[in-house]
Ligand binder design. Structure first.
Ligand code: SDX
Length: 392
């Protein structure tokens, strides 16, 4: 049934919905996009192709993917007037706050005829392409550096890396293995059923808000440290061990201490009660990327030690706490050269196709209505108004 509603005492409606986009089995650690196992997509697909699969529901033919690439290229520039916006954000602004604002501002620059199928296709491609450019722009502008424009001769992922790191004094050298690592990183993040930010997109979109502002809501939800912000928090946790001599055992004990609000970032999941299949692939990618770049990262060694100690601890075993997608993802991003503050932006770029696919499924459903969760009222029965002079 669609709209199966179970009312929680906490006023929260854990509403669920019917969807054929992503399948998860939390007990067995299974994740499939449109039925295809994440392991096969990580091995054989590209982020561009996976985005097409999620949004259109089919793997594209060569002709379709070529046309998709042309559209992504055609829509990769950001309106020059939008560059001024960046200059008005304080330099230290978090790139997730900038991205959420900039994406919503797209509505002011582009028409939006939500009832025209073709317009939706263009809006979708425009978002997929411009969000990547906007993210790179925020990084360059935060450093006071010249913005690098997208290039028609580069792939989706290579273009992003070039826009991030190319410089007149140090041209960026495209390394296809690093480009592939980014491809896989974004494939792993592309969708994940009805998580917090996707639910936000579905709820906001149900009011027939334009897609730009709907996606902006998803970006805001993903920013939270319990959600997409965890990848940045994991690096902070691992760095504390490295720099302040905190031991792995102390971190594990701190995570178990009920009097301490600290949670082991990158561990635990509402659905996965076993190893997150994405974390398995991400862990392997750490070794591949670091060896390709002839780098070592002490945080990877600490992460592996932390995982080993935690997975042997009764509390973690009893609570089914395993590494999730965020535990190793930051180490891959660090190796590629992405600054920690941009980690959640990287998650947002990856999740964009999933948000769009879920939004489209929701608004295309003829039975869908505006989201209106209910509650269990636990407040006082009817009471009388007390004039202020009689109040103590
Ligand atoms: C993402 O939903 C998605 O699919 C999200 C995501 C996606 O792709 O969209 O997978 C991306 O958000 C991954 C999660 C990233 N967040 C973190 O790594 C933050 C740390 N993790 C925890 O905050 C927690 O595990 C959550 C938020 C991820 C899930 O929490 P739940 O399902 O709400 O579990 P809970 O809070 O009810 O905890 C159950 C028990 C509690 O102990 P008890 O009170 O029952 O004794 O497990 C404990 C919790 O204290 N617990 C943890 C813990 N996670 C849960 N204890 C220590 N460290 C942790 N990480």
């Amino acid at each position: 049934r669609t709209g199966l509603i179970t009312l929680d005492p906490g006023f929260v409606n854990t509403g669920s919905c019917k969807s054929d986009i992503t399948f998860m089995n939390g007990e067995k650690g299974i994740l499939r996009y449109r039925g295809i196992p994440i392991e096969e997509l990580a091995e054989h697909s590209s982020f561009r192709e996976t985005a097409f699969l999620l949004i259109r529901g089919i793997l594209p033919t060569q002709k379709q993917i070529n046309r998709f690439s042309v559209l992504l290229n055609d829509h990769s520039l950001v309106h020059e007037d939008m560059r001024d916006f960046y200059g008005n954000f304080p330099r230290a602004s978090h790139p997730m706050g900038i991205l959420s604002s900039m994406v919503s501002a797209l509505r002011s620059f582009y028409p939006y005829l939500e009832d025209v199928e073709e317009e939706i296709d263009i809006t979708v491609t425009r978002l997929l392409s411009k969000v990547r450019t906007m993210a790179a722009m925020s990084y360059k502008m935060s450093r006071g550096h010249r913005v690098v424009y997208p290039r028609p001769d580069l792939s989706y992922c290579a273009n992003f890396l070039n826009m991030m790191f190319d410089s007149p004094v140090k041209p960026y050298e495209i390394d296809e293995e690093i480009v592939r690592a980014l491809d896989v990183f974004w494939i792993l993040h592309a969708d994940h059923e009805q998580n917090c930010s996707t639910s936000a997109v579905r709820i906001v979109g149900s009011a027939m808000v334009n897609l730009y502002s709907t996606i902006s809501a998803g970006i805001a939800a993903l920013w939270g440290p319990l959600h997409g912000g965890a990848n940045q928090a994991v690096i902070g946790m691992l760095s504390e061990i490295l720099k302040e001599g905190t031991t792995v055992k102390q971190i594990v004990e701190r995570a178990k201490d009920k009097n301490n609000p600290f949670r082991m970032f990158g561990f635990g999941h509402r659905v996965y009660k076993t190893y997150d299949p994405r974390a398995k692939i991400m862990k392997k990618m750490c070794d591949i990327v670091l060896s390709r770049l002839k780098l070592s990262d002490p945080l990877l060694d600490i992460a592996k030690e932390l995982e080993e100690v935690a997975l042997k601890d009764d509390y973690f075993i009893e609570h089914n706490l395993y590494p999730n997608v965020d535990f190793y993802s930051g180490i891959v991003l660090r190796a590629i050269g992405i600054p920690t503050k941009m980690f959640t932006v990287m998650f947002a770029i990856g999740r964009l196709p999933g948000w769009i696919a879920q939004w489209k499924e929701s608004i295309d459903d003829p039975s869908s209505k505006i989201s209106r969760p209910r509650q269990i009222y636990i407040g006082p029965r009817q009471t009388k108004y007390v004039p202020i002079e009689e109040r103590e």
